[in-house]
Design a protein around this ligand. Structure first.
Ligand code: FES
Length: 98
């Protein structure tokens, strides 16, 4: 049976009801929050009350660099919660010289 909703209405319904959630854990303070796949890491950190320093917000200065699974360093300002995970740990660098 055909839906009477426009394609954009169906998309919104899908986005709101089927969005995958991921448990994000911020170290070293061990703060956890639930996030949605595709949500920006700075937004997730802000919601969790975790401060990630920023500078350019374009991926150039690396002020927002954090460490994710297996030691990979990423810039939080240009990164989002990836699909395919149930949990994700983000380790904030503690750099007293920054
Ligand atoms: S704030 Fe500059 S790389 Fe993220």
């Amino acid at each position: 049976m055909l839906s009477r909703k426009s394609p954009s209405q169906n998309f919104l319904k899908f986005s709101m009801t089927d969005a995958k959630t991921v448990q994000i854990r911020f170290l070293p303070n061990d703060v956890s929050v639930v996030a949605t796949v595709g949500e920006g890491l700075l937004q997730v950190a802000d919601r969790a009350g975790v401060m990630i320093p920023t500078g350019c917000l374009m991926g150039s200065c690396h002020a927002c660099e954090v460490e994710v699974e297996e030691g990979e360093a990423i810039c939080a300002c240009i990164s989002a919660v990836p699909p395919g995970l149930d949990e994700m740990t983000i380790n904030l660098f503690v750099d007293p010289t920054w």
